[in-house]
Design a protein around this ligand. Structure first.
Ligand code: AMP
Length: 423
């Protein structure tokens, strides 16, 4: 048997109701916040990610699925959605018609990370971006949208961690301070962080190696290095979050993994799984769209991991229980053809219907009806054929009714609880 690629996973039919619920809730929430869907491809030119995410990030240096296609071009599976979305915005001049653009995308991302619980090499994200506005209200609104998604999905024990990583100027000064602080510890840092010390010392604050994390605890914090306009922006974001009653916590050591963030950065953190397994994260990027060939406007976005959300939800939540309008129990050889016709008549009338054509006993078929949570069982056997009637059993009340074969659609349509499907 040929097995799954390591770090990839199947989503099986029984898991789909939960997945659809998560995806649809995210979609509806974002539409309510004024976002429109965009579907960029899962593969782009490698240089887009190198430029958009940053050459010296873990993602670009170590985690991309990069290959040369038959034409000799270097392509990569997308490790995140923002770069591709911004490429599409620039390429199709989407900001020419509107000065503000709010878009979202849902789909798989690919990173060759070390797989563990909640960490995959293919994982799904819902990603939202606002382009063309740098008001602190927009930062608060996008944090509110991320919060609305996770709370409507019903994930509990979540908090928004918020920080400002300043603009390029603030970070220049902060980088110098950080290097100065870290220099005496240089020999104690892990190999990666020794390299980061030279290339991008902020990333050391993100390192999960215990000694690096311990050293970082006493490091100067970036919010002390913000210039006046970044400071004011960050104060504005916090005031707006308070206005909206969004639960948040300031986290001055959160710098996020990607290079392009400016000013506001945030993460949606799960109490149980901790920061290493955040549910989502995002931030503002003031220079990215311009760098990718679009207009030089500010943007802010976030990505939420769907696997992490799914992990926090019980499988038997009644909100994603599956049920069908009717199970047609076909009893005996002679009823087969009429039963087959009935199933399909009901489906054409808009009902969801299950049946088995293999001729098992009523008892076995009632078990199937239970398993698919059928609201009604419609029985058709020799007696029913002779009388041209059907027996309809309500699976909740256990009451039975006899309905003329020609009247079944009208009967079901007129029931007080109505059909589940299509109306
Ligand atoms: P990032 O794009 O790294 O900011 O990640 C945003 C969110 O995507 C995280 O908070 C996770 O929920 C999810 N995520 C990132 N990487 C993975 C992964 N390897 N496996 C599963 N989910 C992930």
């Amino acid at each position: 048997m040929i097995k799954l690629v390591k770090g990839f996973h199947d989503i099986l039919p029984e898991e789909m109701p939960k997945w659809s619920f998560i995806r649809e809730t995210a979609r509806q929430t974002l539409e309510r916040f004024g976002f429109r869907e965009i579907v960029p491809p899962i593969m782009e030119r490698t240089e887009l990610f190198a430029r958009g995410i940053g050459e010296v990030t873990d993602i670009v240096e170590k985690e991309m699925y990069t290959f040369e296609d038959r034409g000799g071009e270097s392509l990569s599976l997308r490790p995140e959605a923002t770069a591709g979305i911004l490429r599409a915005v620039a390429e199709h001049s989407l900001l020419r018609k509107d000065s503000l653009l709010k878009v979202y995308a849902i789909g798989p991302m690919f990173r060759r990370e070390r797989p563990s619980k909640g960490r995959f090499r293919q994982f799904f994200q819902v990603d939202a971006e606002v382009l063309g506005d740098d008001s602190p209200f927009t930062d608060a609104e996008i944090i509110a949208a991320a919060h609305a998604i996770v709370s409507e999905i019903g994930a509990t024990d979540l908090i928004m961690e918020v920080n400002s990583v300043g603009c390029r100027n603030c970070r220049e000064g902060y980088r110098a301070l950080l290097r100065e602080f870290l220099e005496p510890y240089l020999g104690e840092l892990c190999g990666d962080c020794q390299r980061r010390y030279h290339t991008n010392p902020l990333r050391i604050l993100d390192c999960k190696v215990p000694r690096c994390a311990e050293i970082s605890l006493d490091a100067p914090i970036i919010t002390d290095s913000l210039d006046e306009s970044c400071r004011e922006h960050f104060r504005g974001v916090q005031t707006a979050l308070e206005q909206l009653d969004i639960p948040y916590r300031l986290e001055p050591r959160m710098v996020r993994g990607l290079d392009y963030y400016t000013r506001t950065a945030f993460e949606v953190v799960h109490g149980e799984l901790g920061r290493t397994k955040a549910v989502g994260g995002g931030g503002r990027y003031d220079n990215l769209l311009g760098e990718l060939g679009g207009p030089d406007v500010s943007g802010i976005g976030f990505a939420i991991g769907l696997e992490r959300l799914a992990m926090g939800l019980p499988d038997d939540d009644p909100r994603f229980a599956r049920s069908v309008d009717a199970y047609v129990a076909i009893l005996g050889e002679r009823a087969q053809s009429e039963g087959f016709r009935l199933v399909n008549t009901l489906r054409r009338a808009g009902f969801s219907v299950e049946s088995r054509y293999s001729g098992t006993s009523l008892k076995a078929q009632m078990k199937v009806a239970d398993k698919v949570s059928a609201r009604r069982v419609i029985m058709i056997g020799d007696d029913e054929l002779a009388r041209k009637e059907l027996t309809v059993r309500d699976m909740n009340t256990k009451q039975q009714a006899t309905v003329g074969m020609g009247d079944i659609v009208t009967y079901l349509l007129n029931l007080q609880d109505g059909p589940l499907c299509g109306r």
